[in-house]
Design a protein around this ligand. Structure first.
Ligand code: PLP
Length: 398
């Protein structure tokens, strides 16, 4: 009965979910207070109060038949207009509601975009470390990932390598800044250099190459002097994938959008194809109540001071023990070099000390591990002796 293509997925969940499940098991066995679970990026900071107010407002004031009904597949027109206006005002861009497609989080935004762009054997270029789901999303449509190996000095993209991978089957390059798992933000200079290469390659090969900017962490930035450049400012053929999962702490509500740059190549066809994709892939539309509620609080923000305090305490504590990492400027992850060369073995060793982390291999970057610091501050403080034990146990194994 089972499709052959599903067999590779039967081994269970990803390495990240495996660690999360191990955390569940350990909590039952040892008590939640004795487990330091840094495995997944599930925000611990509550959604801003404006969200609950907006949901209540909608429930109290909107016609329930309308509120819980179907709407155009691409989302409510007034919601898309509010998002287009907000983006245009914030970034000096010129979006209209016709450029916006509401989606079921960034995951679905990416799936729809890949569906829209990929024919069998088309290629998407990604930079390690990267969100591993990109590969499965592309494979759904016969697409293939070409991976630029990590530049572990800075975790900025290796553009020369990217250029060497671009060919006639290249449909898109995906970037994710602030980055999961490194926390690095791509600078304006980097984006300009990247855009210059893409422009040149488009000319040379006579094709259009999309730059997919996967930005669910856009507003999670901790240092005043750092800005997240707006990618469409640098490259016209940019497709932004946005999500409210992290920036408004609403991961379970499943809301995001695709913003097609107003004057990008084949824009109207791409939007029409994405609209067809929502139907063909069975999503039908993004969640109705949360579209309407989020429209009322587009400028609301979670308290990022909580994440910043977590980040700083974690960095200070781990650096004092001896762990090596690049300072994360955004998102809520710290990507450490594992003191054991085998990152899976290191994460297993850490799990014996009740620390759950995601191995770097799960992001195409072996030799590293991701610590999700979207956890209670107290968990970070109390985990430090265990991190020291793991450091010492690793040294003993070498
Ligand atoms: N892209 C990246 C880089 C992510 O880290 C995540 C979630 O962790 C997603 C996309 C998917 O997010 P969503 O919950 O909006 O589907």
């Amino acid at each position: 009965m089972l499709a052959e293509k599903m067999r590779p997925f039967l081994g269970g969940s990803s390495a990240i979910r495996r660690m999360f499940n191990e955390g569940e098991r350990q909590r039952r066995e040892f008590g939640a207070e004795n487990v330091f679970d840094f495995s997944i990026g599930n925000p611990n900071v509550p959604a801003p109060p404006e969200v609950a107010d907006a949901v209540r407002y909608e429930l109290d004031n909107e016609d329930p038949v309308f509120l819980h009904g179907y709407m155009p597949n691409v989302g409510y027109a007034d919601v898309r207009e509010a998002i287009a206006d907000s983006l245009s005002k914030k970034f000096g861009a010129s979006y209209t509601k016709e450029d916006i497609v509401m989606t079921v989080g960034a995951g679905t935004a990416l799936v729809l975009t890949f569906y829209t762009l990929l024919d069998e054997d088309d290629e998407i270029i990604v930079f390690a470390p990267y969100f591993l789901a990109y590969g499965n999303y592309a494979a759904n449509f016969g697409g293939k990932l070409r991976v630029v190996p990590a530049n572990t000095e800075t975790f900025q993209p290796d553009l020369a390598k990217m250029e060497s991978l671009i060919g006639p089957r290249t449909k898109a390059v995906v970037i994710n800044s602030p980055n999961n798992p490194s926390g690095v933000i791509y600078s304006a200079e980097t984006l300009k250099a990247l855009a210059d290469i893409l422009e040149r390659k488009q000319q040379e090969l006579g094709i259009s190459i999309a730059l997919i900017s996967d930005e669910p962490y856009r507003e999670l930035v901790y240092d005043d002097d750092i800005e997240v450049p707006f990618v469409p400012d640098y490259y016209r053929n940019t497709i932004v994938e946005y999500s409210y999962s992290k920036t408004l702490s609403l991961p379970g509500e499943r809301l995001g959008y695709i913003a097609f740059t107003h004057d990008m190549d084949e824009k109207s066809d791409l939007v029409a194809a994405a609209a067809a994709g929502i139907v063909n892939l069975g999503f039908t539309n993004a969640p109705s109540l949360f579209q309407r509620a989020v429209m009322r609080c587009l400028d609301a923000r979670v308290d990022i001071g909580i994440y910043k305090k977590n980040r700083d305490t974690l960095m200070d504590g781990l650096a004092a023990i001896g762990y090596d990492f690049a300072k994360p400027q955004g998102a809520f992850y710290l990507f450490i070099k594992t003191p054991l060369a085998d990152d899976n073995a290191f994460c297993d060793l850490a799990a014996e000390h009740h620390i759950l982390m995601a191995p770097g291999s799960a992001f195409g970057c072996p030799g590293y591990a991701r610590i999700s610091y979207c956890v209670a501050y107290d968990t970070i403080v109390r985990s430090m002796p265990a991190f020291r034990e793991v450091w010492e146990a690793s040294a003993a194994q070498q």
